[in-house]
Design a protein. Structure first.
Length: 580
């Protein structure tokens, strides 16, 4: 990187090498005139231009503090010699849309958000970028955009919500509300208690409180080095967050001057560190999809089987919900993500030599971790909660490309029972709340995959209802859709190939005996390969649910869950070959 610097010194990194094309010289007077209309000065436009992206939206608490946080980031950018330009994109709340047709928009939003940030950054030729992320899909989306652009940048998580409290119940999260619905439907909870939990579970701004998808991916960004270690684990409404916002603005200017790019950081080693952080903390199954998608953008070879390999070698050391007792705020009080990183580095489970956005190694950053004496959230490596991590990849005759189960907080290792087959989530939900599901059943929900849904809906309404009804220990659910990071129990997701592509899950019939064996990494129906092939001779690809608009575009572009449900052109041949 030997471009001319802003001070004219040869050999320095040119901090304006992108924006000067759009803003410098006689011919660019019209561009400058447009920007002067909204308050930018000549001095502003002579400085490096830094995009400050966020997804503030009035549909959820998760991103509610982002406009305020963006102002702190912008102040830091200005103080460090840059000119910030704020931009806003969309977000879909999983918690609000869960269990409805609206939930199909959630995963689709990941790629749309990445596209929109990329588009604005390319169109307006930013020199650097800060992406403020919050709700689940915004985090991988922000990272995907940054990795595509490969301009100096920083990811900043806007923070977790505080836990709620209702009467004697403390540590409430949105998951307790979903499970309360199931308990109420089963006659185990009265109206007053359900309303009380509903009114008090979410007390303010911030993303869902447990080690669900948002906090999982926020931790992964730190372990990858795209976020400074310790910045993301500070809660949304904590007064330290404003200071972190300003420091992030200052940091991005330092990153720009050093010419450090995202793909300099995001190598194979950093992805392995991120996976180790996910499995050691009992994190979300959605991390599999998102890290695969990010690796694609970074040009890093990563497969679904890598998650199983790393999980098998990494102990579970965080006692976090949904499998454990504590929430993200408790982790922050205990010592935050630096403490988790230090444990894993000292135990030889992650590579402390990996580079981070600060310019220091992950090990150097983790060395300053401060553990609160007597904290119960993060265990020692010598006495972990479990000797292996929280995610397992299963394969078998109904999931030849793989599937994902989260085993954190769950000791069950084997199940065999009859399939109860449903073609959509709503039908399964009615069966659960209507008392039609019995102990030992295996609920199969299909045609909810990336293409079939479309959008691979999360099944938290159903899994929460199963838990709340008291069937959590005796019933299994498997799907080609997704689960929430808050899902817990013997639940298998991301079955691939999906039913809509002619995957063998489409051949499962009511009453088939399904076996799940964690030790053998096996998921299979008691049906021969010949019988599956025979059943599939009468299979026809279902008519699309949408024939125009963004959902139809997504169906035409989306890949298998085993590849991260990435979107890319010319996938029709892939669909055809799988169906055959």
């Amino acid at each position: 990187m030997s471009a001319q610097g802003t001070d004219g010194a040869a050999g320095a990194y040119d901090t304006r090498q992108v924006s000067r094309v759009q803003l410098e010289g006689r011919d660019r007077a019209p561009a400058r005139a447009m920007l002067k209309a909204i308050g930018f000065t000549d001095d502003d436009l002579r400085r490096p231009i830094v995009g400050v992206a966020h997804s503030w939206i009035e549909t959820m608490p998760c991103n509610w503090n982002q406009r305020k946080l963006a102002q702190q980031v912008k102040e830091g950018v200005r103080r460090a010699g840059g000119t910030p330009m704020e931009l806003n994109t969309v977000a879909i709340s999983d918690g609000v849309t869960m269990g409805t047709e609206g939930m199909k928009a959630s995963l689709i939003s990941r790629d749309l958000i990445a596209d929109s940030i990329e588009l604005v950054a390319r169109g307006h030729m930013f020199d650097a970028l800060v992406v403020i992320v919050g709700c689940d899909k915004t985090i991988p989306a922000g990272a995907m955009a940054l990795l595509r652009l490969n301009i100096p940048g920083v990811i900043l998580y806007s923070g977790s919500i505080q836990p709620g409290r209702y009467k004697e119940r403390s540590g409430l999260t949105i998951i307790e509300v979903f499970e309360a619905v199931g308990a109420h439907a089963a006659g185990k909870m009265d109206d007053e208690t359900l309303k009380g939990i509903e009114d008090n579970a979410c007390p303010g701004a911030g993303a869902c409180a447990g080690q669900y998808t948002a906090n999982t991916m926020a931790m992964a960004m730190e372990f990858m080095g795209l976020s400074p270690l310790g910045f993301n684990s500070v809660p949304a409404i904590d007064q330290r967050k404003d200071q972190i916002g300003e420091r992030t603005g200052e940091l991005v200017m330092d990153v720009l001057r050093r010419g450090l790019r995202p793909r300099d950081i995001a190598d194979r080693r950093s992805f392995e560190n991120a996976i180790a952080g996910v499995v050691a903390s009992g994190g979300s199954t959605n991390a599999v999809l998102h890290l695969l998608a990010m690796a694609h953008e970074a040009g890093v070879r990563l497969s679904i089987d890598d998650f199983d390999t790393i999980s098998a070698a990494t102990p579970l050391i965080c006692d976090l919900k949904p499998g454990g007792r504590y929430v993200a705020v408790d982790l922050d009080h205990a010592g935050g993500t630096p403490l988790v990183a230090k444990r894993l580095i000292d135990g030889g489970k992650i590579d402390g030599a990996a580079l981070t956005v600060t310019g220091k190694t992950l090990g150097a950053e983790a060395a300053s971790a401060q553990e609160t004496p007597g904290q119960p959230v993060v265990t020692s490596m010598e006495e972990p909660i479990k000797p292996t991590g929280g995610l397992v990849i299963l394969n078998g005759n109904i999931a030849p490309e793989g599937s994902v189960i989260k085993v954190a907080g769950y000791d069950k290792r084997y199940h065999q029972g009859p399939a109860r087959v449903f073609e959509r989530e709503e039908d399964a939900m009615r069966a659960v709340t209507g008392g039609q599901i019995k102990p030992n059943d295996v609920i199969v929900i299909r045609y909810e995959g990336p293409r079939g849904g479309p959008g691979m809906r999360e099944m938290l309404s159903v899994t929460g209802a199963v838990q709340g009804s008291g069937l959590g220990d005796s019933v299994v659910l498997l799907t080609d859709g997704r689960f929430s990071g808050g899902t817990h129990g013997f639940m298998i997701a991301h079955i691939a190939p999906e039913a809509a592509l002619g995957g063998p899950i489409a051949a499962v019939r009511e009453g088939d005996i399904i076996t799940i064996d964690i030790e053998k990494r096996l998921i299979e129906a008691d049906v021969t390969d010949a019988e599956i092939k025979q059943r599939m001779t009468s299979w026809k690809e279902p008519a699309p649910h949408y024939t125009n608009g963004v959902f139809a575009k997504y169906m035409a572009l989306v890949s298998s869950a085993s590849r991260g449900a990435i979107t890319q052109p010319n996938l029709h041949s892939v669909h055809a070959s799988v169906a055959e």
